[in-house]
Design a protein around this ligand. Structure first.
Ligand code: GCW
Length: 670
């Protein structure tokens, strides 16, 4: 409804809040009063219905303070020293006598408070609400773009990007027109993202130059993001001193190398004073790193940390380091072990402004993996957990796969057992995720993949949120005209889509049965004999990877109790991870009842059927949601259905042939 809204303050982010509210008012009616710090104001003298202010900005009106404001102020500035003060991004919402107050500790909190209003219109029109504090659970909520400036001959412009080209770069340069980036920044701010890395972690020669002669481009991107409370970070090449500086080495202990990074970093901060920091993939999949000089990853990370420290910047140093030249016959090497083996011994050696960024699982963003043991192994190090919003291994934005239920499981997982902290607690360096956005008109290729981006932001802010409720929020915001039927149908299609995807693809945690290279579609043995360390070891007797201490790679020993013992035992191991930890015969009986081979048949038939049902459900929405969205989703669902059947047939046929065990229900196996 139309409201009279008072915005108090004049910081740049408060200007953003004012403009944003003016935009909503233009659409929905209402009236904005802007009140700068000098007490002057514009607009009429009618009573306000909503006030947005900061603790320092005060109530905003000279006369009597509305009770809602007084209540919110009191909660925002607890007199009791035992109560933690509200952080700069936090805000308090209170509603009393038809007046809503949002009081933030500082301007960023006012920005997030404003988006809270837009997300929950009820708090400006509903019943009174006692004052409540809202604060992000993670201080760093980051999206990593795997965007290249130059179009890569194999990967295209965005590595593992399924939404067209980059929103940042075109024709070998940063785009002249950044208006889409501006809209992206607004979108990210609305879900609480406050950091963005604007280039791929595989830093090729062209992109390395963002740090040197292309700094002016970083300045332009940072200007756009700053208006929305977002800091820009750069992925840098560890060999930059050689590539850009003409030095003969990038040895982290060489004084000239240190001096080079100091100077390069000082230049960055001169141009972008609020620059976030560096993101580094080193000694991984061909990227240069400290190993070339006999140094370790603490030496490498600390080199950059020293250069950034005077300016308050951080290094995100990725733990995704493994030998990608393996031999499947060598059963002593295990890619799952690699991150822990490299990083756990370095705990305590990283500088304070280093954040070791750990992929959520020990392998590589498969549809099902255990939580990475690194997360429990480095209590003396700031850790960020990395998720993948781009659907590299989960249907590449051709398939509906709402990932928030998976992330929620990961973030709530308790690596030290039921009385211990969660993964989210252990991630004291925040959460990072690989973005799924490109220059596609729907931003994410598949319109329903936008829900993943939305959910990542919301869970990074509050990991305890229920992913189904988060989806419900997204539905309401994305389809404002949705009635109960549309809402229920979207839930039917999306709520369980991650498990459906798991059902028709690689079973029981085994992973990687995808086509090599692009990773789309089934190929059970596609990676079986390659050097990448991604094996399932299926033979005529059984399938799965023996990662036990007793007879396998010993990976289970990287977990603290109780998980080291739960995973070690084939009878205690949760079904969904059985083949990740154990090589078992096809007639091994699962907790859920069937044998492994029968489970493979059952889930693959059920998964493909679920996609048939999903497609039919979508069809009932024709005419109920915008045509362009409807058509794009329909087209992708046809492909999902084709692909799910292909997965079902390839996986069932493969295991039928290997095992010789027929399907108990006699279904046709192609
Ligand atoms: O999942 C793999 C991808 C690579 C990616 C790598 C990484 C950016 O297949 O494309 O490289 O992970 O996370 O570094």
């Amino acid at each position: 409804g139309s409201k009279r809204i008072r915005v108090v303050g004049e910081a740049p982010l408060v200007q953003t809040v004012g403009h944003e509210l003016e935009r909503s008012v233009a659409l929905y009616g209402g009236n904005i009063v802007r009140q700068p710090g000098d007490g002057s104001e514009t607009g009429s003298q009618e009573p306000d219905e909503v006030t947005l202010t900061t603790v320092d900005g005060g109530p905003g009106r000279g006369d009597a303070v509305a009770p809602a404001i007084a209540e919110a102020m009191a909660l925002a500035t607890p007199g009791d020293p035992a109560v933690r003060a509200l952080g700069a991004e936090g805000y308090v919402v209170a509603r009393r006598d038809g007046h809503t107050a949002i009081v933030a500790a500082d301007a960023p909190g006012m920005l997030y408070g404003m988006f809270h209003l837009l997300r929950h219109p009820g708090c400006v029109s509903g019943p009174d609400q006692p004052a409540q504090r809202y604060e992000p659970r993670h201080a760093l909520r980051m999206l990593d773009h795997w965007d290249n400036i130059a179009v890569h001959p194999v990967m295209g412009q965005v590595e593992r990007g399924y939404s067209g080209g980059s929103i940042f770069y075109a024709d070998g340069e940063v785009r002249a027109d950044l208006s889409r980036v501006e809209r992206y920044a607004r979108l990210l701010a609305s879900i609480g993202i406050n950091s963005v890395a604007v280039n791929n972690v595989n830093v090729h020669a062209r992109e390395a130059r963002l740090l040197s002669d292309d700094l002016h481009a970083v300045v332009r991107m940072a200007d756009v993001f700053r208006a929305w409370g977002i800091r820009v970070h750069l992925a840098v090449n560890f060999a930059s001193p050689i590539i850009l500086g003409g030095l003969r080495t990038s040895d982290p202990l060489d004084p000239d190398v240190g001096a080079w990074w100091d100077e390069a970093t000082a230049r960055v901060y001169q141009a972008v004073p609020d620059f976030g920091g560096y993101l580094v993939k080193a000694d991984s999949e061909g990227q240069p790193g400290p190993f070339a000089y006999g140094r370790d990853h603490a030496d490498g990370a600390n080199l950059l940390a020293r250069a950034l420290a005077p300016f308050g910047g951080v290094v995100h140093w990725r733990a995704f380091v493994y030998n990608h030249r393996q031999d499947w016959r060598d059963r002593s090497t295990d890619r799952a072990r690699a991150a822990y083996d490299h990083f756990a011994p370095l705990d305590g050696r990283f500088h304070d402004n280093v954040i070791v960024q750990v992929k959520h699982g020990p392998m590589d963003f498969q549809v099902r993996e255990p939580v990475s043991p690194v997360i429990a192994a480095m209590p003396g190090t700031r850790l960020a957990v990395e998720l993948q919003v781009t659907q590299e291994y989960t249907g590449q934005q051709q398939h509906v796969c709402y990932l928030a239920p998976a992330w929620s499981e990961i973030l709530r997982f308790q690596p030290w057992g039921p009385d211990g902290a969660t993964v989210s607690d252990a991630a004291d360096g925040g959460l990072a995720a690989v973005s799924n956005v490109g220059d596609d008109p729907f931003w994410t290729g598949h319109p329903l993949a936008q829900a993943n981006l939305y959910a990542f932001g919301r869970l990074a802010w509050e990991p305890a949120l229920d992913p189904v409720k988060v989806l419900d929020e997204w539905i309401g915001l994305s389809f404002p005209a949705a009635d109960d039927v549309v809402r229920a149908t979207l839930h039917d299609i999306m709520d369980g889509s991650w498990r459906t995807y798991e059902d028709y693809t690689a079973p029981l945690g085994v992973g990687f049965m995808v086509r090599p290279g692009h990773h789309y579609g089934p190929d059970v043995d596609g990676y079986e004999y390659t050097p990448w360390g991604t094996y399932h070891f299926a033979d005529r007797d059984g399938v799965g990877v023996d990662r036990t201490r007793a007879t396998g790679t010993g990976f289970t020993g990287q977990y603290p109790p109780p998980w080291r013992d739960v995973y070690e035992s084939a009878s205690d191991c949760p079904d969904e991870l059985l083949l990740f930890f154990h090589h078992v015969p096809y007639d091994h009986v699962l907790h859920s009842g069937p044998t492994v081979i029968q489970h493979i048949y059952d889930t693959h038939f059920a998964g493909a059927e679920a996609v048939e049902a999903m497609t039919a459900a979508w069809e009932t929405l024709r005419g109920r949601i915008p045509d362009t969205v409807f058509e794009r989703v329909s087209e992708r669902m046809r492909e999902q259905l084709r692909c799910a059947r292909e997965w079902r047939d390839q996986v069932c046929a493969y295991f039928y042939r290997k095992s010789g065990v027929p399907d108990a229900y006699g279904r046709t196996i192609f």
